[in-house]
Design a protein around this ligand. Structure first.
Ligand SMILES: Nc1ncnc2c1ncn2[C@@H]1O[C@H](COP(=O)(O)OP(=O)(O)O)[C@@H](O)[C@H]1O
Ligand SMILES: [Mg+2]
Length: 161
């Protein structure tokens, strides 16, 4: 696991975290966002999706369980989940969560992911932990080794120009 921490003193500071994660996130993967209410999970998702070319406003999916967003730049559909109101894995199956996770070309960004921790494969899940201290946040990104090494391989295979 490669772990990197960011000191985020205002919401704009989340853009740097979004850019870092963007370098590793490929279709078929998940992002698990962990941290208390109001720590910036939805704000991070909003900034990340904007960076990825999503123009539709990103709303908090607390009452709809998830929202889907397509990018204008890449053949990927982002599913933004909020599992705050889900209390068992079964309920995640019932809303079609597993099919979405396994669907071609999908990337899942999941707030309150602990209820489905048994379904989140370590090798394809990037974890982001948010800790609040006043207006600041300590944001820690954990990238699985397999994801890190395939990103490095892709870099070293790139033609030298
Ligand atoms: N340093 C910071 N990082 C992230 N959010 C911040 C920061 N300072 C203030 N905020 C504010 O905190 C709120 C976080 O809300 P939200 O992203 O909805 O939280 P969550 O989804 O984790 O419950 C936003 O209104 C955001 O503007
Ligand atoms: Mg939220």
């Amino acid at each position: 696991m490669a772990i990197r921490s960011f000191h985020v003193s205002d919401p704009e500071g989340l853009d740097q975290v979004a850019e870092y994660v963007s370098a590793f996130l490929k279709s078929g993967m998940c992002v698990a966002l962990r941290g208390s209410l109001g720590c910036g999970k939805t704000e991070w998702t909003r900034r990340f999706l904007r960076l990825k070319g999503v123009s539709r406003p990103v709303v908090s999916p607390t009452f709809t369980y998830y929202e889907a967003y397509s990018s204008e730049r890449e053949p990927v559909t982002y599913y933004h989940f909020d599992l705050y109101r889900i209390s068992a894995e079964d309920e995640f199956f019932m809303i079609g969560g597993e099919e979405i996770m396994d669907g071609d070309g999908n990337i899942c960004i999941i707030e309150w992911p602990d209820v489905i921790s048994g379904l989140l494969e370590n090798s394809r899940t990037i974890r982001i932990d948010f800790e609040m201290s006043g207006e600041s946040r300590e944001v820690t990104v954990s990238i699985p080794d397999a994801v890190m090494s395939s990103a490095c391989d892709a870099l070293s295979d790139a033609p030298v120009v």
